[in-house]
Design a protein around this ligand. Structure first.
Ligand code: ADP
Length: 277
């Protein structure tokens, strides 16, 4: 469906699927909620920086709900093209018809667009966000010969895991400088215990044990482990334990085996588990 020219609104509730109706649980760790609200109010694009599984995506879900904006999330990957974000002409029964990509849909309709792991995409793809991140707030749809002015509520959020970056795979300096960055890391023990207990539905002592295991596993980072155990992995172990899997086995399948193939590292992680249970 051609959705019209310029900043014309999306008809009906085309964004119904992107609205978050019930509050996603998010336990703030610092001042991230106020920072995001201030950035949104100023329409400043936001970069969420931090390791995988530490709550960035959950935070965006929560903020979209809190601000009452639809959320369009795109998981970026290296085969993604600018057309995957912006849109393309496609053939259907009526002939050649333009289809908005997720970024265009968000720009047109005033949604929050969350580009998850942006650096996974090639630089010739990410360049399309440039004109959206400065005062112009426009998106050129080159193939359509149209320049789309962003809806006043459009907001761009990207996530970025500094640990994965290499010189080749990094955001351009000129792109980075257009964002405000909110730093995420794994929360302190008491807060992470609360999150694991809540998300896995386990009691506090078990959640605390899992968090202590997580801390030990994170200490092995840099000694052969690329990333330590994330909050997500601790929750996974908790979910298995809740279903009756013995805690050591739950930790092995959720915390140890997924992150290493190295027998020595596996033994080191297993002893970290054994020391805590
Ligand atoms: P990321 O996007 O950083 O890779 P996620 O947001 O997917 O990570 O977090 C992984 C899981 O950890 C979430 O699904 C959620 O269950 C839990 N989580 C992490 N941090 C928080 C937090 N502060 N509040 C609530 N849940 C959290």
């Amino acid at each position: 469906m051609d959705r019209g020219i310029g900043s014309a609104a999306v008809e009906g509730d085309a964004l119904g699927d992107f609205r978050i109706v019930s509050e996603p649980y998010f336990r703030p760790v610092g001042n991230e909620v106020a920072l995001f609200e201030a950035a949104f109010a100023s329409r400043m694009p936001v970069m969420l920086k931090g390791p995988t599984g530490c709550g960035k995506t959950r935070f965006v879900d929560h903020m979209a709900w809190r601000l009452g904006r639809p959320l369009i999330t795109v998981s970026c990957h290296e085969d993604m093209t600018a057309s995957d974000l912006v849109g393309r002409y496609m053939l259907d029964a009526d002939g050649t018809v333009w289809h908005d990509g997720p970024l265009t849909l968000a720009v047109r309709s005033g949604a929050i667009c969350y580009l998850d792991e942006i650096v996974e995409a090639r630089q010739d793809t990410t360049v399309v966000i440039h004109s959206l991140t400065d005062d112009r707030r426009i998106l050129p749809l080159e193939k359509k010969n149209e320049v789309l002015k962003a809806h006043p509520d459009f907001h761009l959020v990207i996530s970025y895991n500094p640990g994965y970056q290499s010189v080749l795979k990094d955001l351009k300096e000129s792109t980075k400088q257009r964002f405000v960055a909110i730093a995420f890391s794994y929360p302190e023990e008491a807060v992470e215990t609360e999150i694991v207990a809540n998300e896995a539905g386990v009691d506090r002592p078990l959640a605390q044990t899992l968090v202590r295991i997580g801390h030990r596993a994170r200490n092995l980072k840099g000694h052969g482990l690329e990333e330590g155990a994330s909050t997500r992995m601790l929750i996974n172990a908790g979910l298995l334990a809740r279903r009756g899997i013995p805690i050591d086995e739950a930790c092995e399948v959720a915390l140890v085996l997924p992150i290493t193939d190295d027998p020595d590292m596996r033994d080191a992680l297993k002893s970290a588990v054994a020391a805590c249970i």
